[in-house]
Design a protein around this ligand. Structure first.
Ligand SMILES: Cc1ncc(COP(=O)(O)O)c(C=O)c1O
Length: 378
């Protein structure tokens, strides 16, 4: 893993014991958005996918440096409007009537996910330019959470698209397609090929069905590697040709926020049972569920805390493989298995980098009702 940046280590050291916190670095968010923008081809815009991290300070920061925000609920829409997003796209397969109406009222672009949703929009008397989300035959991308080319609740099956496009209710106008395909793709060349294919497919489909194509939304899915310092190489993206008159929209979430967030939790206890050594943390998967959800070990850095003012011995291990586990009453509350530490003591803090995306936001906060972590925003 990358070294802990000095300013992050300082801020985490200042936390009161027992430490448990997320730290988000707004400068790191800005820098990452700039890196992403610099890699894009002409005629391309990007909307931050709020689902990756909906902390209002994160959303506010990215609203100013991205072209807009992608939202998937009324709550996220509210955040995006409050953040003053220049542009909002609203997707997701389960929009309520209230959300549909609020999205249109906010001037958001709707990514419509089914023929029924189209009829509901029309039934509400709403007038809008819309994109249709399509579950294509395949995407050519690898990653996790494949959402297209496979049975999922997302979008309209490509084979059903002709019937849908032939019957667009009055007041609604299709101006593009939404083709988000996958999460955490690490292959930049494959992603560029996917974008080119998405544009070609959209142009052909629009031509065939008389759609005046303005927008090709290829979604997010730009990955980070949790097990190394590697990241997707974005340089192949600049070679994608986006014809004039068309805008390519991208919706990165993880790529923009993962590296701008750290989760820290103090070691409350250290114990060895049946041959395995556990660092029991003030924290766990109810704050940072990603490793448990994806079934991997999230690497950590030890932030040593030398002070020990208790009148009893300090639990300490040397040269040991440890499992970093949380405070929940379940053996599944595991963040990391078998990471080697030269030394670890009760009272030291573990720091999990790359925790800024799908960390707190996807976790089951109320299970066992421990106190939430602190949130430190730099
Ligand atoms: C429609 C849509 N757009 C964008 C994203 C963001 O994806 P990522 O965080 O992988 O970039 C997602 C994630 O699930 C999504 O469903």
């Amino acid at each position: 893993m990358a070294e802990l940046p000095t300013h992050v280590a300082h801020a985490l050291r200042r936390l009161p014991a027992p430490a448990c916190a997320y730290l988000y670095d707004t400068q790191a968010l800005r820098r990452r958005a700039e890196t992403f923008r610099a890699a894009l081809p002409a005629n391309t815009l990007f909307l931050y996918a709020v689902k990756a991290n909906g902390h209002p300070r994160v959303v506010d920061t990215l609203a100013t440096v991205c072209d807009g925000l992608e939202v998937a609920s009324g709550g996220e829409l509210h955040l995006a409007v409050n953040a003053g997003a220049r542009r909002i796209a609203f997707g997701g397969p389960a929009k309520t009537d209230t959300e549909l109406a609020a999205a249109v009222a906010a001037g958001a672009q709707l990514n419509v996910e089914s023929a029924h949703e189209l009829r509901r929009l029309a039934g509400l008397g709403l007038h809008a330019d819309i994109c249709i989300r399509v579950n294509r035959a395949g995407s050519g991308l690898t990653g996790s959470h494949t959402m297209t080319g496979t049975p999922t609740p997302f979008g309209v099956d490509e084979t059903q698209l002709p019937a849908l496009l032939a019957d667009i209710p009055a007041g609604l106008r299709v101006t593009g397609f939404h083709l988000h395909a996958v999460s955490n793709n690490l292959d930049g060349t494959a992603h560029a090929a996917f974008l080119t294919d998405a544009i070609t497919w959209s142009l052909g489909t629009a031509h065939k069905h008389g759609v005046h194509l303005r927008t090709v939304n290829a979604g997010g899915g730009f990955g980070v590697d949790y097990l190394s310092t590697a990241a997707i190489d974005l340089t192949p993206l600049s070679k994608v040709t986006v014809p004039d008159g068309i805008e390519l929209l991208l919706e990165p979430g993880r790529y923009l926020t993962a590296d701008a967030g750290w989760y820290t939790a103090e070691v409350l206890d250290l114990k060895t049972t049946h041959g395995r050594t556990f660092a029991v943390l003030r924290g766990g998967t109810h704050h940072f569920r990603l490793p448990a959800a994806w079934g991997y070990s999230h690497p950590f850095t030890v932030l040593p805390v030398d002070d020990w003012d208790r009148p009893y011995p300090r639990p300490t291990v040397h040269d040991t493989d440890i499992d970093a586990v949380g405070e929940l009453c379940t053996p599944r509350d595991v963040l990391t298995r078998g990471q080697h530490v030269p030394q670890l003591r009760a009272g030291d803090r573990l720091v999990f980098a790359r925790a800024g995306a799908y960390g707190w936001d996807i976790s089951h906060h109320e299970f066992l009702r421990h106190d939430p972590p602190d949130f430190v925003i730099l």
